[in-house]
Design a protein around this ligand. Structure first.
Ligand SMILES: Nc1nc2c(ncn2[C@@H]2O[C@H](COP(=O)(O)OP(=O)(O)O)[C@@H](O)[C@H]2O)c(=O)[nH]1
Ligand SMILES: [Mg+2]
Length: 320
């Protein structure tokens, strides 16, 4: 029933299904698993784009601009936000555009902000399933926004085809709080806010990064990361960014790397899910539960080595 509604493009059904996959209730997760199994044959037809960058760099503004540009060309765009800061600060960063007002009311777009009060792990964990649900609902461009705080970028790049990093004009990546490893994930670096009196600094920043990227190891043989500028606010360069995204998709499709990448991501996901379900089951096990306080304090006090405690927990878990 819900599956059919989603396949017919019913947005309320989609929103409901995402709530289901985000839920921590066991009966909900059983339903979610069932639903995903049913919808699986209808997934995989979108281009999955991750967008990251420091808070305030203009990610939401850029996504809104790109999203509106794409819906004008008859694309169906879904946006999923993985924003641990919005959980912490309630999205109260100055000028925060997380709500994406224009895109939110666009009938060809679906915007889903991350639920407030959830942990980073929780949000990213369920974002992958939400992404599949959006594909089943007919969205052919899926954008996942995440704030650049370290772990979330890796998680997002593990579930998307292409990783976009937004930067501000000027400053080195260290100044912008971008970790070196994150730079290496980027398939496209965009220097945003290339407008007004920041235009020339932005152009200089583009040159700097083009130079820096030459020394970076390629993530995929068929793609060399690109650097460009844009102004999300003035809708400048967003069309160029889209052209690069399409070129990326074409190159990786042709070489077969896109298929391999997605297959590898799915396999890694299977093990991540298995590990997570196992640890939850272990923690809920009555005997393990009763042992935990004592073992934890023994480890805290340094009386028992962690490895010994871990073994004891596992032995109790396996004993029935
Ligand atoms: N001048 C200029 N300001 C921008 C641009 N893009 C975003 N901003 C502003 O930067 C602030 C933060 O934007 P937001 O999209 O919320 O950033 P996010 O935290 O990365 O999602 C807002 O006040 C935007 O209006 C741009 O291209 N040029
Ligand atoms: Mg934002």
């Amino acid at each position: 029933m819900l599956a059919e509604q989603i396949l017919s493009g019913d947005r309320r059904a989609l929103a409901k299904a995402i709530t289901l996959v985000e839920s921590t209730r066991t009966d909900h997760s059983d339903q979610a698993v069932q639903l995903l199994a049913e919808l699986m044959p209808h997934t995989g037809k979108s281009i999955r784009i991750g967008v990251s960058g420091a808070p305030g760099v203009g990610k939401s503004t850029f996504i809104e601009s790109l999203g509106n540009y794409l819906t004008e060309q008859d694309f169906q765009v879904a946006v999923l936000a993985v924003d641990p800061t919005s959980a912490v600060s309630g999205g109260s960063i100055l000028g925060d555009k997380t709500r994406m007002e224009a895109l939110s009311v666009n009938p060809k777009a679906f915007v889903r902000p991350s639920p407030a009060g959830t942990t980073l792990g929780g949000v990213t964990r369920r974002t992958r399933e939400s992404l599949l649900l959006c594909e089943a609902a007919g969205y052919n461009v899926i954008i996942v926004e995440t704030v650049g705080v370290g772990q979330s970028e890796t998680a997002v790049s593990d579930m998307t085809d292409m990783f976009l990093l937004l930067l501000s004009p000027g400053g080195g990546d260290d100044l912008q709080g971008i970790k070196r490893g994150i730079m290496e994930l980027a398939d496209l670096v965009l220097v945003n806010k290339a407008d007004g009196d920041q235009t020339s600094i932005a152009n200089q920043t583009v040159c700097d990064y083009r130079g820096a990227l030459q020394f970076m190891q390629l993530r995929t043989p068929s793609w060399t990361p690109k650097v460009d500028s844009c102004s999300a606010l003035e809708n400048q360069g967003v069309d160029r960014a889209w052209a690069i995204i399409q070129a990326f998709r074409e190159a990786l499709t042709k070489s077969g790397e896109l298929e391999t990448l997605r297959a590898q991501q799915a396999k890694a996901w299977m093990w991540a899910e298995t590990a997570e379900a196992l640890i939850a089951d272990l923690r809920g096990h009555p005997q393990v539960k009763s042992l935990v306080p004592e073992l934890e304090s023994a480890v805290l006090a340094g009386d028992v080595p962690a490895i010994v405690a871990a073994q004891r927990l596992i032995d109790h878990y396996k004993s029935d």
